[in-house]
Design a protein around this ligand. Structure first.
Ligand SMILES: Cc1cc2nc3c(=O)[nH]c(=O)nc-3n(C[C@H](O)[C@H](O)[C@H](O)COP(=O)(O)OP(=O)(O)OC[C@H]3O[C@@H](n4cnc5c(N)ncnc54)[C@H](O)[C@@H]3O)c2cc1C
Length: 457
């Protein structure tokens, strides 16, 4: 076949995984081509809070945080109830710290350690995020770094075809432009960094029926093509029903409200003013629990102390500006503002105060003794559950090579980020906060470094 263009390595998708893979290749002296369907690279990375967990970084060391590959691996494995490929967990965790140091030092990506609180399941402070805690700044920094490194990013180039030789080696890809024109590009290696299938309602219905009616909060362009191409090629897939949800998205404003409000003392109630979940468990598994409540709605209830914590998050500030955050001097007043039954909300708060004295008495399993009780003035936000991104994907080995169903590896096909199977078990409960960008950055780095070593590249 004769191709229109020829490149050493093609990368499908210009989110964190694609950018990190490309920067790794460029540092090794190889000129990759990123193919991005949108006019400007953003992806779910651009919608995220930009928090990348990593262990053993220089940033952690400067803050006196003692973390290691073993500790991070254990946290991931525990959250996933052991339903995870331990070898992949280990290489991803081992790659995470050096990848963050490299992004900061070699590519001037501005990252700081998110302090003050731990997300459920994390035993160390290890979230590295842009100072704004917004993914738009992470992808912005990566895009500028890619420009500086002379990496070609072809935008408005949706990959629609994979060209494959008989034994499964990738020969190239076909792209389609918004005006309907098309081009073919040959490559010596292909990295799939086009995330999962959250933007494809058919696939969501097939693999995650529980969330078929939930709002998808991730990037609409993530249509699951990596999985569909992989299936055609006989590739193995893992944990397709796994996903990251979130139980606290302001409704109807559609703004993420940090779960730190809950882990640091807030409570979540339903339309009856009653708690229905252990708020100290991860935010991912809360999405379905909220969707199970009447009209799929719940209310974050918290106080001034937590309001101050929330103000450290740009999303929260936006939510307040848009009128999502309600404040009242008493719980009775708050319940009328939120349209919740006053007696029940008063009772729920009284029960929470009582539970502080009996740490193991909460039927929902939360230990209330670890955080201060809620004090006036009180705050409330109406929220719903959302699907953030899917965690199932192509099965890869420790070099980020895609595996066939018989366990053998494709020679020149790689997957990273949401295109690859995640580290979050088989459903919603296994997602340790940050698993998404962790595999985007770490597997992106591994895929780029491995592809750079292919003799043909
Ligand atoms: C609101 C929100 C908050 C989040 N916060 C965090 C967080 O703080 N920390 C964390 O770890 N995770 C977070 N996540 C998850 C995280 O955003 C993703 O796991 C991560 O961005 C995945 O990176 P990626 O590069 O694999 O995919 P993306 O960033 O989604 O990039 C994929 C790219 O591929 C492109 N593409 C898709 N198909 C094609 C095609 N056929 N041809 C060409 N291009 C294509 C897309 O347009 C997109 O630009 C959050 C998610 C959401 C929705």
């Amino acid at each position: 076949m004769i191709f229109d263009i020829s490149v050493p390595v093609a990368i499908v998708g210009g989110g964190a995984a694609g950018m990190v893979a490309a920067l790794s290749l460029a540092d090794a002296g190889i000129s990759p081509l990123i193919l991005e369907r949108d006019p400007v690279p953003s992806g779910s990375t651009g919608l995220s809070s930009g928090m990348v967990p990593a262990c053993g970084t220089k940033i952690q060391a400067a803050e006196g945080v003692d973390d290691s590959v073993n500790i991070l691996s254990q946290d991931i494995i525990e959250k996933a109830h052991g339903e995870v490929d331990r070898a992949i967990v280990e290489v991803v965790c081992a790659a995470s710290g050096p990848a963050i140091d490299w992004l900061v030092e070699a590519h001037a990506i501005e990252l700081t350690l998110v302090g003050g609180f731990l997300y459920p399941g994390h035993s160390r402070l290890r979230m590295h995020a842009p100072p704004s805690r917004q993914g738009v700044d992470l992808i912005g920094g990566l895009t500028v770094a890619a420009e500086r490194a002379g990496i070609d990013v072809m935008t408005e180039a949706r990959v629609v075809d994979l060209f494959v030789k008989e034994r499964g080696d990738i020969e190239g890809v076909g792209i389609e432009r918004p005006d309907g024109s098309s081009e073919t590009i040959s490559c010596q290696a292909l990295i799939l960094a086009c995330n999962g299938y959250g933007g494809n309602p058919e696939l969501v219905k097939r693999y995650i029926p529980d969330m078929a009616t939930a709002n998808y909060f991730g990037h609409a362009g993530n249509q699951g093509e990596a999985i569909l191409w992989g299936e055609d090629l006989g590739a193995a897939t893992s944990y397709l029903g796994s996903y990251q949800g979130h139980g606290s998205v302001a409704h109807p404003h559609g703004i993420l409200i940090t779960w730190a409000l809950m882990t640091e003392g807030g409570i979540l109630v339903n339309a009856s003013g009653q708690r229905f979940t252990n708020e100290h468990e991860g935010y991912s598994e809360q999405a379905h629990r909220v969707m199970m409540q009447p009209d799929g709605l719940a209310w974050d209830i918290y106080d001034q102390r937590l309001h101050e914590l929330g103000k450290g998050f740009e999303d929260y500030v936006q939510a307040e500006k848009m009128g999502a955050v309600k404040m009242a001097t008493s719980i009775e007043e708050l319940s009328s503002m939120l349209g919740l039954p006053q007696d029940m909300l008063v009772q729920t708060l009284a029960e929470c105060r009582q539970l502080r004295k009996e740490p193991s008495a909460d039927p929902l399993g939360r230990d209330f003794s670890t955080k201060p009780s809620l004090e006036p003035p009180f705050y409330g936000i109406k929220v719903t559950g959302s699907l953030f991104h899917t965690q199932g994907g192509l099965t890869v080995n420790t070099e980020a090579r895609v595996l066939r169903q018989d366990g053998s590896a494709f020679v020149n096909l790689f997957a990273a980020g949401g295109a690859a199977a995640g580290l979050s078990g088989s459903a919603d409960w296994g997602y340790l906060s940050g698993n998404g960008l962790l595999t985007a950055v770490a597997l992106g780095r591994i895929a780029g470094l491995t592809a750079a070593k292919l003799p043909e590249v």
